[in-house]
Design a protein around this ligand. Structure first.
Ligand code: MG
Length: 227
């Protein structure tokens, strides 16, 4: 009997579909025609802190790093629906755990936090890397280990309003490291967002959660879907 169970367990293991593996198919993606480059590799011109002061996070070698405890930064430009490409790299923090390990976040349209965290090898939760914070659990763990460049490719269709009345919720799809981890999910604004109305365009906001997360190659293509 024991042998049978072992054989059955092995068979299930052998035939259960494995999670798709993160890959480099989207790494270094070039901005297509019509894209707005949000980071040119040289400076954070076009980015400000929440108080309106110029972004002070350090830029070096085509990369910028969260300036711990200096506060979130956001683009001066604001967007409705868009396609976004962004690359991030979480630090190696072996002594930290959970939300203290390589935490940052990408607030899409300033409102919806696409979590950035070192979640390598974990079963995905609603606060892990690739989650819309406390709302949407990614379908797969598509994370690479820390200290490797990872990608997010996001398509966001902004909510539709009739005056102050929500008619259609925001929907988004997220591809992390070439794997679709969120597929056309409905979302609502997350806590600690930039404070704007959902019915109006919002910035791309990056979270300072006190960890040295790096970013590079960020561009956005507005979808011009109208209201
Ligand atoms: Mg975060």
């Amino acid at each position: 009997m024991r042998l049978f169970c072992l054989a059955a367990a092995l068979a299930v293991g052998m035939f259960a579909p494995a999670d798709p593996k993160p890959n480099d198919s989207t790494l270094n993606a070039k901005p297509p025609e019509g894209a707005k480059v949000l980071f040119n590799g040289k400076s954070l011109e076009g980015w400000i802190h929440r108080d309106g002061k110029p972004a002070s996070w350090p830029v070096s070698d085509g990369v910028f790093t969260v300036g711990p405890k200096t506060g979130d930064i956001m683009t001066k430009d604001k967007f409705d629906g868009f396609k976004l490409h962004l690359e991030f790299n979480v630090p190696y923090m072996p002594k930290a755990t959970g939300q203290g390990r390589g935490n940052s976040g990408v607030y899409l349209a300033g409102l919806y936090e696409l979590q950035v965290l070192d979640s390598y090898g974990l079963k995905p939760q609603d606060n892990d890397c690739g989650a819309i914070y406390k709302q949407v659990i990614p379908k797969f763990n598509a994370c690479k280990p820390p200290l490797q460049w990872q990608t997010y490719d996001v398509t966001l269709h902004k909510a539709k309003y009739d005056g102050d009345k929500l008619v259609k919720k925001t929907r988004l799809t997220v591809v992390q490291n070439g794997i679709t981890i969120i597929d056309d999910a409905e979302i609502v604004p997350c806590p600690a967002n930039w404070g704007g109305k959902e019915s109006e365009p919002g910035p791309l906001l990056l979270q300072d959660h006190g960890n040295d997360v790096q970013y590079r190659n960020i561009w956005i293509v507005p979808l011009n879907e109208g209201k």
